[in-house]
Design a protein around this ligand. Structure first.
Ligand SMILES: O=C([O-])CC(=O)C(=O)O
Length: 158
């Protein structure tokens, strides 16, 4: 992937990009990642996102809107490793993850609000490839997301 910085991109593109105001933690082994957006919306249940990360990612970033819940982890090291295996560039979780040390050693971008060792349920509840919004930004499937140490940007309108 070509080197980029979100600060340079937002200087260059101005209002053509949205910047996420939530203070995400950079947890994955790739602090800088970008790609086309795929999405999941779910609440304390991670079977759907696990199934999606088990299909070819082709360099996409899975944006998971967990509603900001800090109560249970939506991604752990095994699920993150599925993303690596299937060619995903990154996973952004509006929620929490677990196994943060192991995930830090994986060659994938993972951002989340924090961590909680409690696991989520696995019923498959949720929606895939829908428009999701958090932190003042709207993520549309097929739009682009850029993420680095400074923050997260996406193109398209709020
Ligand atoms: O199974 C889960 O809920 C998450 C997890 O621990 C993993 O991915 O390793």
């Amino acid at each position: 992937m070509a080197a980029f910085s979100t600060a340079d991109l937002v200087d260059e593109l101005g209002d053509a990009v949205q910047s996420v105001s939530l203070q995400f933690q950079n947890i994955g082994g790739h602090p800088r990642f970008s790609g086309p957006i795929r999405t999941v919306r779910c609440h304390r249940d991670n079977a759907l996102l696990k199934a999606i990360l088990s299909t070819p990612g082709d360099g996409a970033v899975l944006v998971v809107d967990g509603g900001g819940s800090l109560e249970s982890a939506l991604v752990g090291d095994l699920i993150a490793a599925l993303g690596v295996e299937h060619g995903w560039a990154g996973i952004i979780v509006n929620g929490v993850i677990r196994d943060r040390v192991a995930i830090g050693g994986l060659p994938i971008g993972v951002k989340a609000l924090g961590s909680n060792p409690r696991k989520s349920s696995k019923t498959g509840a949720g929606e895939a490839d829908v428009v999701v919004s958090f932190g003042g930004a709207t993520f549309r499937p097929g739009a682009t997301v850029w993420s680095d140490e400074d923050g997260i940007l996406t193109d398209g309108e709020v």
